[in-house]
Design a protein around this ligand. Structure first.
Ligand SMILES: Nc1nc2c(ncn2[C@@H]2O[C@H](COP(=O)(O)OP(=O)(O)O)[C@@H](O)[C@H]2O)c(=O)[nH]1
Ligand SMILES: [Mg+2]
Length: 463
């Protein structure tokens, strides 16, 4: 997306769409005060208002003078505003009819609609915030889980930048020394110094790798946990699937196939985005569609984070289940013993206890919220365990841009460590210069339009 900078006054809705008690419209630019004043009654009150003080007005159609809404407005005088420009925030009632009307009045007076991330882009270009802070604002709003949010807050607070600047200084120090040595070699010193440099690079390289691993763990949580429901035919898999998705109504996405295919829903269980999958029964079959369905079930099992095995209490563990148990990772399997309203097979519980698969016994067809709660709690408890085992913690890498830079840095670190024998100083100097440039790009000390465009195109309108 090409983006031409202009200094026109812009406006956008800063709050969400739909009906709400209040909505906030943001206006920023050189003509913000002049244009807004024309649309407010009493105009004088707005012209005389102190910066950052909030007052009540009628917002009027500047031509017909008809009242559109009763609003409050705050004015921010440049440079003491989010964007660094003159800004107005109008708080009106949260109804699309009103909001559309206000925008059409603003547009008729020469204001244009803000592009994605344009407020934050202006804030960045006017030196109000640095690049990492701009990125973090987007992530704070877009976070769909706690760890992502925590990550964004670390970046927002400047802690991450502080660490990156520290690394930059360490690398710069080595670079200054090594470049001096290349120019004025002193043999005695070199061997001793080489060890010292390698130690520092190994240390930094370890941290970089740890950050990449942290990111991988967070990515699993971000993209959602894969949780297939497996078991033999008629075990109650579909009944459980319906119960879970019916109970967790935060449905984001749904995929459906034939009854023999896997059906999945993305839902929130506890705090975690979870893709719950109803699979085809793992029975031996000669029917081709069924075989394909079973193969698909196995694909899901292989790629899963947690497996829910449904097994009916009125049957002993059969051959298919025995075979299945041999193949699945029991460490990440939990069991639901269904049909406990029918005759129960006590041996089943003993086997599960022996192979250390956590289980609950339940009836899946009772319309009983207590029973449903029990199942959901059991599930969320184990999903939480999986994410805890995963032990994701906030890191420095918050998005794809950061990740790509870290992978580049890691490669350069490896190049130094792998080729530590020959031409050591030259390689070290060359690669460190590259790493320095990578860090500067990360922090936003060197940035071009292409990078800026790609960062701000991720934003929503109004940010
Ligand atoms: N009595 C009883 N019947 C159940 C229970 N769970 C499922 N069923 C029944 O078992 C049959 C198969 O259930 P379904 O969920 O389709 O199993 P799936 O083949 O594993 O998906 C249906 O007739 C369900 O109503 C349960 O806990 N108790
Ligand atoms: Mg089914």
């Amino acid at each position: 997306m090409s983006f031409k900078e202009d200094n026109k006054t812009i406006a956008a809705l800063a709050t969400g769409k739909g009906k709400s008690a209040l909505a906030v419209i943001r206006i920023s630019g050189i003509d913000a005060f002049k244009i807004v004043a024309k649309c407010l009654n009493p105009e004088k009150r707005f012209n005389n208002a102190r910066p950052k003080s909030i007052h009540l007005y009628y917002l009027i159609n500047s031509k017909t003078k008809k009242n559109i809404d009763e609003i409050t407005a705050i004015k921010y005088v440049s440079p003491k505003s989010y964007t660094g420009e003159n800004m107005v925030e109008i708080i009106c009632h949260g109804n699309e009819l009103i909001i559309d009307e206000i925008f059409s009045i603003l547009f008729n007076n020469g204001i244009r609609f803000a592009k994605k991330g344009e407020f934050t882009r202006r804030a960045y270009l006017n030196g109000k915030i640095d690049l990492l802070k701009a990125e973090s604002i987007n992530q704070i709003i877009e976070s769909s889980n706690k760890i992502q949010y925590k990550n964004a807050m670390e970046m927002f607070s400047g802690n991450n930048k502080h660490i990156l600047l520290k690394w930059k200084k360490e690398i710069l120090d080595i670079l200054i020394e090594i470049d001096a040595e290349i120019e004025f070699p002193e043999e005695d010193d070199i061997i001793h110094k080489k060890k010292e440099y390698l130690k520092k690079i190994e240390y930094l390289s370890k941290i970089i790798r740890e950050e990449i691993v942290k990111r991988e763990k967070i990515k699993i949580i971000e993209s959602g946990l894969i949780v297939p429901i497996i078991g033999i035919a008629n075990a109650g898999k579909s009944s459980l699937f319906n119960l879970i998705i019916g109970f967790n109504r935060v449905i984001v996405h749904h995929e459906a196939g034939t009854t023999r295919d896997a059906i999945s829903e993305e839902i929130l269980i506890g705090d975690e985005k979870t893709k719950i999958i109803d699979t085809a029964g793992l029975n031996d079959s000669k029917n081709i569609v069924e075989i394909l369905g079973i193969e698909k079930s196995w694909q899901y099992i292989k790629n899963s984070h947690l497996i829910i095995w449904v097994t009916p209490s009125d049957q002993e563990i059969n051959k298919t289940e025995e075979k299945m148990l041999k193949e699945i990772d029991s460490q990440r399997t939990i069991a639901i013993i269904s049909k406990n309203d029918l005759n129960t097979d006590k041996k089943k519980k003993n086997i599960l206890e022996k192979i250390k698969i956590p289980y609950i016994e339940t009836c899946l067809i009772k319309d009983d919220s207590k029973e449903k709660n029990k199942i959901i709690n059991f599930l969320s408890q184990h999903i939480k365990k999986i994410t805890d085992v995963n032990n994701a913690e906030p890191g420095i890498i918050c998005n794809k841009r950061h990740e790509e830079i870290f992978i580049r840095i890691n490669k350069k670190m490896n190049a130094i460590l792998e080729r530590a024998e020959t031409n050591f100083e030259e390689i070290l100097s060359y690669e460190l210069k590259g790493i320095l440039a990578d860090l500067e790009e990360f922090i936003g000390e060197t940035i071009n339009d292409e990078i800026l465009n790609s960062i701000f195109s991720e934003f929503c309108i109004g940010k």
